[in-house]
Write a protein of this length. Structure first.
Length: 328
């Protein structure tokens, strides 16, 4: 049996997890940096947070898995994309363990991690993937050895839209769940910009318009309308990509995948095209060590590992540049 220790540190969450090659998640421990005063993530402050709690998180992940460090076959770490100062903390911890115990290092693209943990969790094998989070908004399908982008945001990710709107509205962090809670109370639709360009979406105009109407529209109605427009845009481009690719599965993954309204829209799109729909379990939708550990297992089994000297982080590492040898 192969055991992988995965370390996640791309943004506000530091996580560690031990996962086996059977897909069994033996442990999953995480701590999240929450900025004071409802501000956005400060990379240096988040990195300082990660520095302070990294040792205890990794130790608990190993303890919870009931294994010893020398029983671990490989160490996977989020090499990118993400915030440079945060990525460097995770990479440094991984290097230290690798050097101390002579355990191979496996680099993992954070976005690929979201996809693979979603596929493991839902049992989907070849899905059209809708990846939505604070760092990603993309419609993807696997072809010729890589995940190909069929559509993406041209400006702001959907996770950032909700976070920025929530700050402007005085809602606590994290923004997405609080916007969703307010939206459930909404009763009236507010007209907001809807911008789709082919299979791409643009959210900057939507965000600006929603913020400008904060003083004149009840917050629940504005949250409901913001979600309705943002998710309808995603559903449209996902349906277009689904029709083009002919995939028979649709996977929703990433932090925003926990939103019930988005799940409902994409489930309906999938049904209309005879495709099976699956959304990653809420406990694995946000950033976590499990996504890195499981992807690390898959990569390690195909011979992927790097020396410490090549383990520099890649803050702007696009997922469509990553070769995926473990998929057919």
């Amino acid at each position: 049996m192969v055991l992988c220790l995965g370390i996640e540190s791309t943004a506000h969450t530091f996580g560690a997890s031990v996962v086996s090659d059977t897909g069994s998640i033996e442990s999953d421990v995480r701590e999240t940096y929450i900025p004071l005063g409802g501000s956005g993530i400060h990379p240096r402050e988040a990195a300082q947070h990660h520095t302070e709690i990294a040792g205890s998180v990794v130790a608990k992940a190993i303890s919870d898995a009931r294994v010893k460090v020398d029983e671990i076959d490989c160490i996977a770490f989020s090499q990118g994309p993400g915030l440079g100062p945060c990525l460097r903390i995770g990479a440094t911890i991984a290097r230290a363990i690798s050097a101390s115990y002579d355990i191979p290092m496996v680099p993992v693209n954070h976005a690929i991690g979201h996809i693979e943990i979603g596929a493991l969790n839902t049992g989907l094998s070849d899905p059209l993937t809708v990846l939505v989070s604070g760092g990603h908004t993309a419609i993807l399908a696997f072809a010729q050895g890589r995940w190909r982008v069929f559509g993406e945001t041209e400006d702001i990710t959907i996770g950032n839209v909700f976070d920025m709107f929530a700050r402007a509205a005085g809602l606590p962090s994290p923004g997405g769940p609080n916007v969703e809670s307010e939206a459930r109370l909404g009763k009236a639709f507010v007209d907001l910009p809807y911008t789709v360009k082919g299979c791409d979406v643009s959210y900057s105009g939507l965000l600006t318009a929603a913020e400008r109407r904060l003083s004149e529209v009840p917050l629940p109605d504005l949250c409901f309308s913001l979600q309705e427009v943002a998710f309808s845009m995603l559903a449209e481009v996902a349906e277009r990509a689904l029709a083009h690719t002919g995939k028979k599965e649709v996977l929703l993954t990433g932090g925003v995948a926990a939103n019930n309204a988005l799940q409902s829209k994409l489930r309906l799109v999938s049904q209309e095209h005879g495709a099976k729909f699956g959304a990653v379990d809420r406990k694995f939708s946000g950033d976590c060590g499990a996504q890195i550990a499981w992807t690390g297992v898959l990569a390690y089994q195909t011979g992927e590992q790097i020396p410490i000297s090549d383990s520099e982080v890649k803050p702007r590492w696009r997922l469509d540049t990553v070769k995926i040898p473990w998929r057919g």
